[in-house]
Design a protein around this ligand. Structure first.
Ligand SMILES: [Zn+2]
Ligand SMILES: [Zn+2]
Length: 276
């Protein structure tokens, strides 16, 4: 079994309307790409902040600008397209109850929990760049992995997205001097306690860092903790679907992962990993 569960049906650019991208033709392009790549199961996990309902969780200016679509219409479309129904939901500290209510009101197959922001600033968005603040690598990495720990511990999510996203810019931003495992440890402790599935994402290979998320050392710690592993490309176009999966499978094999997490109605099942 191979999955691609962290998919977006459209790029993040502003003019990407549902009318243009949430169409049977576009879904067909993703299905064709999946067939070529030998990927059995596809799920869509649109960013929660593209929906007006997300403003009940957070009124960050970026969200105010992006929240245009209706979450119920999205759920209906994805179900109708017979794709797994997911959502990529940011962990918003202090909004746990409102997040739980919003997620429970929809019949998702899985919820991908993300940390993109540290406070008001983003680790992966140039418009809200966290590095324009203090720029202290030790502080940014520490705060990022603390937020990731909280995200896992919240129990709101089934899959933890791109776990070391903070490295996205690679050498274009400051990097901490100490062994990164120092930062991973508190996050992995929370991950172990929560039992959440951890995403192995090839998206980082398309970004300045040029690496899979998470780092091998992080992945090894998670595997030791016994958490399930989910596999995704975080594609925003059909061409990115299953991106560089060969490298992902090589890494999973190297760290002894033989099964991947599949989801239905927020329940997890482990399946033997590999192309069919
Ligand atoms: Zn993300
Ligand atoms: Zn994503």
């Amino acid at each position: 079994m191979l999955t691609d569960y962290h998919l977006h049906l459209r790029p993040d650019e502003p003019d990407t309307t549902t009318e243009r991208y949430f169409t049977a033709e576009n879904v067909e392009r993703y299905r064709e790409a999946a067939a070529v790549a030998g990927i059995d199961e596809l799920g869509v996990s649109e960013h929660i902040y593209r929906f007006t309902q997300a403003l009940a969780l957070w009124r960050h200016p970026l969200w105010e600008e992006q929240a245009r679509d209706d979450l119920d219409a999205y759920c209906e479309f994805v179900r109708g397209a017979e794709l797994k129904l997911g959502i990529e939901c940011d962990f918003v500290p202090g909004a746990e109850d409102r997040t739980a209510n919003l997620l429970e009101a929809h019949d998702f197959d899985y919820v991908v929990g993300s940390v993109h922001f540290v406070g008001e600033a983003a680790v992966d968005h140039e418009g809200w760049d966290v590095w324009e603040g203090s720029g202290d690598a030790d502080e940014v990495w520490r705060r990022y992995f603390e937020a990731l720990a909280e995200c896992a511990r919240s129990g709101l999510f089934d899959i933890l997205a791109h776990p070391d996203l903070v490295k996205v810019w690679g050498r274009a931003r400051p990097l901490p001097e100490r062994d990164p495992r120092h930062y991973y440890e508190p996050a992995v402790e929370a991950i172990a306690e929560s039992g959440i599935a951890v995403e192995l994402s090839t998206a980082g290979l398309r970004k300045p860092v040029g690496e899979i998320y998470p780092d091998r050392a992080f992945l090894e710690m998670v595997v030791d903790a016994g958490n399930p592993i989910a596999l995704s490309s975080d594609a925003h176009t059909p061409e990115q679907l299953g991106f560089e999966y060969d490298r992902a499978l090589e890494l999973l094999d190297a760290v002894g992962v033989t099964e991947i997490a599949t989801f239905a109605h927020r329940g997890v099942t482990l399946e033997p990993i590999g192309p069919t």
